[in-house]
Design a protein around this ligand. Structure first.
Ligand code: R5P
Length: 315
Protein backbone atom coordinates (compact mmCIF):
# COMPACT_ATOMS: atom_id res chain seq x y z
CA UNK A 1 0.00 0.00 0.00
CA UNK A 2 1.41 3.37 -1.01
CA UNK A 3 1.54 6.46 1.22
CA UNK A 4 0.13 4.72 4.29
CA UNK A 5 1.55 5.02 7.76
CA UNK A 6 0.39 2.87 10.69
CA UNK A 7 1.24 3.86 14.26
CA UNK A 8 0.41 2.54 17.64
CA UNK A 9 0.77 3.64 21.25
CA UNK A 10 1.34 1.15 24.05
CA UNK A 11 -2.22 -0.20 24.27
CA UNK A 12 -1.90 -3.30 22.09
CA UNK A 13 1.41 -3.50 20.25
CA UNK A 14 0.96 -7.21 19.41
CA UNK A 15 -2.32 -6.50 17.59
CA UNK A 16 -0.79 -3.55 15.69
CA UNK A 17 2.11 -5.82 14.66
CA UNK A 18 -0.35 -8.48 13.54
CA UNK A 19 -2.28 -5.96 11.43
CA UNK A 20 0.94 -4.72 9.78
CA UNK A 21 2.00 -8.31 9.02
CA UNK A 22 -1.30 -8.89 7.21
CA UNK A 23 -0.77 -5.67 5.26
CA UNK A 24 2.85 -6.48 4.60
CA UNK A 25 4.08 -3.10 5.85
CA UNK A 26 6.22 -2.01 8.80
CA UNK A 27 4.79 -0.24 11.83
CA UNK A 28 5.88 3.43 11.68
CA UNK A 29 8.65 4.50 14.01
CA UNK A 30 6.96 6.47 16.79
CA UNK A 31 8.27 7.16 20.25
CA UNK A 32 5.60 6.94 22.98
CA UNK A 33 7.28 7.23 26.36
CA UNK A 34 6.84 9.15 29.61
CA UNK A 35 8.40 12.28 31.07
CA UNK A 36 9.82 11.79 34.56
CA UNK A 37 6.57 12.77 36.29
CA UNK A 38 4.47 10.46 34.14
CA UNK A 39 3.20 12.75 31.38
CA UNK A 40 3.09 11.19 27.93
CA UNK A 41 5.84 12.12 25.48
CA UNK A 42 5.34 11.40 21.77
CA UNK A 43 7.59 11.86 18.75
CA UNK A 44 6.87 10.57 15.26
CA UNK A 45 10.24 9.57 13.84
CA UNK A 46 9.08 8.94 10.23
CA UNK A 47 7.91 11.55 7.74
CA UNK A 48 4.09 11.43 7.52
CA UNK A 49 3.51 14.55 5.39
CA UNK A 50 0.73 13.74 2.92
CA UNK A 51 0.29 10.18 4.29
CA UNK A 52 -2.88 8.26 5.05
CA UNK A 53 -2.29 7.65 8.77
CA UNK A 54 -3.98 4.91 10.83
CA UNK A 55 -3.43 5.04 14.60
CA UNK A 56 -4.21 1.70 16.26
CA UNK A 57 -5.02 2.18 19.91
CA UNK A 58 -7.81 0.40 21.82
CA UNK A 59 -8.77 2.48 24.86
CA UNK A 60 -8.69 -0.52 27.19
CA UNK A 61 -7.21 -0.44 30.71
CA UNK A 62 -5.20 1.52 31.67
CA UNK A 63 -7.95 3.45 29.88
CA UNK A 64 -6.87 6.97 30.79
CA UNK A 65 -3.28 6.42 29.66
CA UNK A 66 -4.34 4.69 26.46
CA UNK A 67 -6.92 7.35 25.60
CA UNK A 68 -4.46 10.14 26.28
CA UNK A 69 -1.77 8.42 24.16
CA UNK A 70 -4.30 8.17 21.32
CA UNK A 71 -5.22 11.87 21.52
CA UNK A 72 -1.58 12.96 21.60
CA UNK A 73 -0.66 10.66 18.69
CA UNK A 74 -3.52 12.15 16.62
CA UNK A 75 -2.35 15.66 17.49
CA UNK A 76 1.22 14.81 16.51
CA UNK A 77 0.10 13.35 13.16
CA UNK A 78 -2.08 16.40 12.43
CA UNK A 79 0.77 18.82 13.16
CA UNK A 80 3.08 16.69 11.00
CA UNK A 81 0.75 17.34 8.01
CA UNK A 82 -0.74 13.86 7.63
CA UNK A 83 -3.23 13.88 4.76
CA UNK A 84 -5.88 11.91 6.63
CA UNK A 85 -5.94 10.47 10.16
CA UNK A 86 -8.02 7.45 11.10
CA UNK A 87 -8.31 6.55 14.76
CA UNK A 88 -8.51 2.75 14.94
CA UNK A 89 -10.13 1.69 18.21
CA UNK A 90 -10.53 -2.11 18.22
CA UNK A 91 -12.08 -1.54 21.66
CA UNK A 92 -13.84 1.75 22.43
CA UNK A 93 -13.54 2.31 26.19
CA UNK A 94 -15.69 4.62 28.30
CA UNK A 95 -18.70 3.37 26.34
CA UNK A 96 -20.91 2.28 29.22
CA UNK A 97 -22.17 5.76 30.15
CA UNK A 98 -23.75 6.44 26.75
CA UNK A 99 -26.97 8.21 27.76
CA UNK A 100 -28.42 10.22 30.60
CA UNK A 101 -30.51 7.50 32.24
CA UNK A 102 -30.25 8.92 35.77
CA UNK A 103 -30.01 12.46 37.13
CA UNK A 104 -26.53 14.01 37.30
CA UNK A 105 -24.66 11.43 35.22
CA UNK A 106 -22.31 12.27 32.33
CA UNK A 107 -22.43 10.90 28.79
CA UNK A 108 -18.80 9.85 28.81
CA UNK A 109 -18.96 8.02 25.49
CA UNK A 110 -19.87 11.35 23.83
CA UNK A 111 -17.16 13.23 25.75
CA UNK A 112 -14.57 10.74 24.44
CA UNK A 113 -15.92 11.19 20.89
CA UNK A 114 -15.57 14.98 21.30
CA UNK A 115 -11.96 14.56 22.46
CA UNK A 116 -11.07 12.32 19.51
CA UNK A 117 -12.65 14.83 17.11
CA UNK A 118 -10.97 17.82 18.76
CA UNK A 119 -7.56 16.17 18.55
CA UNK A 120 -7.90 15.98 14.76
CA UNK A 121 -9.13 12.50 13.75
CA UNK A 122 -10.92 12.49 10.40
CA UNK A 123 -12.28 8.93 10.52
CA UNK A 124 -12.86 6.26 13.12
CA UNK A 125 -12.59 2.50 12.67
CA UNK A 126 -13.93 0.50 15.59
CA UNK A 127 -15.40 -2.87 16.48
CA UNK A 128 -18.34 -4.20 18.47
CA UNK A 129 -19.24 -0.97 20.24
CA UNK A 130 -21.04 -1.41 23.55
CA UNK A 131 -23.93 0.51 21.95
CA UNK A 132 -24.12 0.98 18.17
CA UNK A 133 -25.54 4.49 18.53
CA UNK A 134 -22.11 5.71 19.71
CA UNK A 135 -21.36 5.96 15.97
CA UNK A 136 -23.68 8.97 15.93
CA UNK A 137 -21.58 10.76 18.57
CA UNK A 138 -19.08 11.49 15.79
CA UNK A 139 -19.69 13.90 12.90
CA UNK A 140 -17.02 12.14 10.82
CA UNK A 141 -17.24 8.73 9.10
CA UNK A 142 -17.25 5.78 11.51
CA UNK A 143 -16.71 2.25 10.23
CA UNK A 144 -18.10 -0.20 12.76
CA UNK A 145 -16.91 -3.79 12.35
CA UNK A 146 -18.27 -6.91 14.05
CA UNK A 147 -16.23 -9.79 15.49
CA UNK A 148 -19.03 -12.30 14.91
CA UNK A 149 -17.38 -14.19 12.03
CA UNK A 150 -14.03 -14.49 13.81
CA UNK A 151 -15.69 -15.69 17.04
CA UNK A 152 -18.18 -18.06 15.36
CA UNK A 153 -15.32 -19.77 13.51
CA UNK A 154 -14.20 -21.20 16.87
CA UNK A 155 -17.55 -22.96 17.37
CA UNK A 156 -17.75 -24.08 13.74
CA UNK A 157 -14.18 -25.42 13.66
CA UNK A 158 -14.62 -27.21 17.00
CA UNK A 159 -17.87 -28.70 15.70
CA UNK A 160 -19.92 -27.68 18.74
CA UNK A 161 -23.34 -29.13 17.93
CA UNK A 162 -26.83 -28.70 19.33
CA UNK A 163 -26.24 -25.09 20.26
CA UNK A 164 -28.51 -22.51 21.83
CA UNK A 165 -27.15 -18.96 21.68
CA UNK A 166 -27.84 -17.01 24.85
CA UNK A 167 -28.00 -13.24 25.16
CA UNK A 168 -27.07 -12.23 28.73
CA UNK A 169 -29.51 -9.30 28.58
CA UNK A 170 -32.34 -7.97 26.43
CA UNK A 171 -30.03 -5.33 24.89
CA UNK A 172 -27.83 -8.04 23.35
CA UNK A 173 -30.67 -9.85 21.58
CA UNK A 174 -29.93 -8.49 18.11
CA UNK A 175 -26.33 -9.66 18.18
CA UNK A 176 -27.28 -13.02 19.72
CA UNK A 177 -29.86 -13.53 16.96
CA UNK A 178 -27.13 -12.95 14.35
CA UNK A 179 -24.95 -15.59 16.09
CA UNK A 180 -27.89 -18.01 16.23
CA UNK A 181 -28.46 -17.55 12.50
CA UNK A 182 -24.81 -18.11 11.69
CA UNK A 183 -24.52 -21.19 13.95
CA UNK A 184 -27.93 -22.58 12.91
CA UNK A 185 -28.95 -22.50 16.57
CA UNK A 186 -31.86 -21.51 18.78
CA UNK A 187 -31.97 -18.34 20.86
CA UNK A 188 -32.50 -17.72 24.60
CA UNK A 189 -32.38 -14.53 26.66
CA UNK A 190 -31.31 -13.99 30.27
CA UNK A 191 -33.57 -11.60 32.14
CA UNK A 192 -31.14 -10.02 34.61
CA UNK A 193 -31.23 -7.20 37.11
CA UNK A 194 -28.18 -5.08 37.88
CA UNK A 195 -28.01 -4.44 41.60
CA UNK A 196 -24.73 -2.46 41.53
CA UNK A 197 -22.26 -1.81 38.65
CA UNK A 198 -20.45 -5.00 39.81
CA UNK A 199 -23.36 -7.21 40.92
CA UNK A 200 -26.18 -8.70 38.90
CA UNK A 201 -28.96 -11.16 39.64
CA UNK A 202 -30.53 -13.47 37.07
CA UNK A 203 -34.34 -13.37 37.20
CA UNK A 204 -35.42 -15.76 34.42
CA UNK A 205 -34.17 -17.49 31.30
CA UNK A 206 -36.45 -17.07 28.31
CA UNK A 207 -36.19 -19.85 25.71
CA UNK A 208 -35.57 -23.57 25.48
CA UNK A 209 -32.09 -24.46 26.77
CA UNK A 210 -32.45 -27.90 28.40
CA UNK A 211 -30.00 -30.51 27.07
CA UNK A 212 -28.35 -27.99 24.70
CA UNK A 213 -24.83 -26.59 24.52
CA UNK A 214 -25.20 -22.93 25.44
CA UNK A 215 -23.06 -20.18 23.89
CA UNK A 216 -23.41 -16.94 25.85
CA UNK A 217 -22.68 -13.96 23.59
CA UNK A 218 -21.61 -10.60 25.03
CA UNK A 219 -19.62 -7.57 23.93
CA UNK A 220 -17.52 -7.23 27.09
CA UNK A 221 -16.51 -9.25 30.08
CA UNK A 222 -15.17 -7.03 32.86
CA UNK A 223 -15.43 -8.48 36.38
CA UNK A 224 -17.04 -11.64 34.99
CA UNK A 225 -19.97 -11.24 37.41
CA UNK A 226 -22.66 -11.24 34.67
CA UNK A 227 -21.08 -14.23 32.95
CA UNK A 228 -20.70 -16.41 36.03
CA UNK A 229 -24.30 -15.64 37.13
CA UNK A 230 -25.58 -16.55 33.66
CA UNK A 231 -23.53 -19.79 33.60
CA UNK A 232 -24.97 -20.83 36.98
CA UNK A 233 -28.53 -20.05 35.92
CA UNK A 234 -28.14 -22.00 32.66
CA UNK A 235 -26.72 -25.01 34.48
CA UNK A 236 -29.75 -25.00 36.81
CA UNK A 237 -31.95 -25.14 33.71
CA UNK A 238 -30.27 -28.37 32.57
CA UNK A 239 -27.89 -27.05 29.92
CA UNK A 240 -25.17 -29.52 28.79
CA UNK A 241 -21.97 -27.49 28.25
CA UNK A 242 -21.66 -23.73 28.59
CA UNK A 243 -19.39 -21.66 26.34
CA UNK A 244 -19.03 -17.90 26.15
CA UNK A 245 -18.15 -15.76 23.17
CA UNK A 246 -17.12 -12.23 24.08
CA UNK A 247 -15.72 -9.55 21.79
CA UNK A 248 -13.61 -7.65 24.35
CA UNK A 249 -11.94 -9.40 27.29
CA UNK A 250 -11.36 -6.62 29.81
CA UNK A 251 -11.06 -9.20 32.62
CA UNK A 252 -10.70 -6.74 35.49
CA UNK A 253 -11.14 -7.12 39.25
CA UNK A 254 -11.77 -10.73 40.26
CA UNK A 255 -12.59 -11.90 36.73
CA UNK A 256 -9.71 -14.35 36.36
CA UNK A 257 -10.31 -15.96 39.74
CA UNK A 258 -14.05 -16.20 38.95
CA UNK A 259 -13.42 -17.86 35.59
CA UNK A 260 -10.80 -20.20 37.03
CA UNK A 261 -13.32 -21.40 39.61
CA UNK A 262 -16.27 -21.53 37.24
CA UNK A 263 -15.95 -25.20 36.35
CA UNK A 264 -19.22 -25.15 34.42
CA UNK A 265 -17.74 -22.68 31.90
CA UNK A 266 -16.15 -24.99 29.35
CA UNK A 267 -14.49 -22.25 27.27
CA UNK A 268 -14.50 -18.47 27.13
CA UNK A 269 -13.59 -17.27 23.64
CA UNK A 270 -12.43 -13.65 23.38
CA UNK A 271 -10.65 -11.62 20.70
CA UNK A 272 -7.28 -9.91 20.93
CA UNK A 273 -8.85 -6.42 20.71
CA UNK A 274 -7.48 -6.07 24.27
CA UNK A 275 -4.15 -7.71 25.14
CA UNK A 276 -4.37 -10.63 27.56
CA UNK A 277 -1.53 -10.58 30.03
CA UNK A 278 0.42 -13.82 30.45
CA UNK A 279 -0.73 -13.95 34.10
CA UNK A 280 -4.37 -14.02 32.95
CA UNK A 281 -4.06 -16.98 30.59
CA UNK A 282 -6.19 -19.95 31.64
CA UNK A 283 -6.96 -23.30 30.01
CA UNK A 284 -10.59 -22.29 29.60
CA UNK A 285 -9.81 -18.99 27.82
CA UNK A 286 -9.18 -19.01 24.05
CA UNK A 287 -8.07 -15.86 22.22
CA UNK A 288 -8.88 -15.45 18.52
CA UNK A 289 -7.33 -12.69 16.46
CA UNK A 290 -9.09 -9.80 14.75
CA UNK A 291 -5.85 -8.63 13.10
CA UNK A 292 -6.80 -9.84 9.60
CA UNK A 293 -10.30 -8.30 9.85
CA UNK A 294 -8.87 -4.91 10.87
CA UNK A 295 -6.11 -5.16 8.25
CA UNK A 296 -8.65 -5.81 5.51
CA UNK A 297 -10.76 -2.86 6.70
CA UNK A 298 -7.69 -0.58 6.68
CA UNK A 299 -6.75 -1.78 3.19
CA UNK A 300 -10.25 -1.09 1.89
CA UNK A 301 -10.52 2.33 3.59
CA UNK A 302 -7.17 3.34 2.11
CA UNK A 303 -8.18 2.14 -1.37
CA UNK A 304 -11.61 3.84 -1.05
CA UNK A 305 -13.33 0.45 -1.40
CA UNK A 306 -16.56 -0.55 0.30
CA UNK A 307 -16.14 -2.39 3.60
CA UNK A 308 -19.76 -3.51 3.96
CA UNK A 309 -18.87 -7.07 2.87
CA UNK A 310 -16.94 -7.35 6.16
CA UNK A 311 -20.08 -7.03 8.26
CA UNK A 312 -22.98 -8.37 6.21
CA UNK A 313 -23.72 -11.09 8.78
CA UNK A 314 -25.33 -8.83 11.36
CA UNK A 315 -27.92 -7.07 9.23
C1 R5P B 1 -23.67 -5.26 30.05
O1 R5P B 1 -24.40 -4.40 29.57
C2 R5P B 1 -22.51 -5.79 29.28
O2 R5P B 1 -22.91 -6.30 28.04
C3 R5P B 1 -21.75 -6.86 30.07
O3 R5P B 1 -22.61 -7.96 30.31
C4 R5P B 1 -21.25 -6.36 31.37
O4 R5P B 1 -20.79 -5.04 31.30
C5 R5P B 1 -20.12 -7.24 31.84
O5 R5P B 1 -19.62 -6.74 33.04
P1 R5P B 1 -19.14 -7.71 34.20
O6 R5P B 1 -18.23 -8.73 33.56
O7 R5P B 1 -18.43 -6.81 35.16
O8 R5P B 1 -20.35 -8.34 34.81
Amino acid sequence: MKDVSIFTGNANIALADGICKHLNIDLADVLVTRFSEGEIRVKIEDNVRGKDVFIIQPTCPPSNDNLMELLILIDAARRASAKRITAVLPYYGYARQDRKDQPRVPITAKLVANLILASGAQRVLTMDLHASQIQGFFDIPVDHLYCINVLCDYFIQNEIKDVVVVSPDVGGTKMARAYAKKLGAGLAIVDKRRITPEKIEVMHILGDVRGKNAVIVDDIIATGGSMVEAVGALKKQGVKDVYASVSHGILSGNAISRIRHCEALKQLVITDSIPLDESKRLDNITVVSVASLLAEAIRRIHNEESISCLFDETR
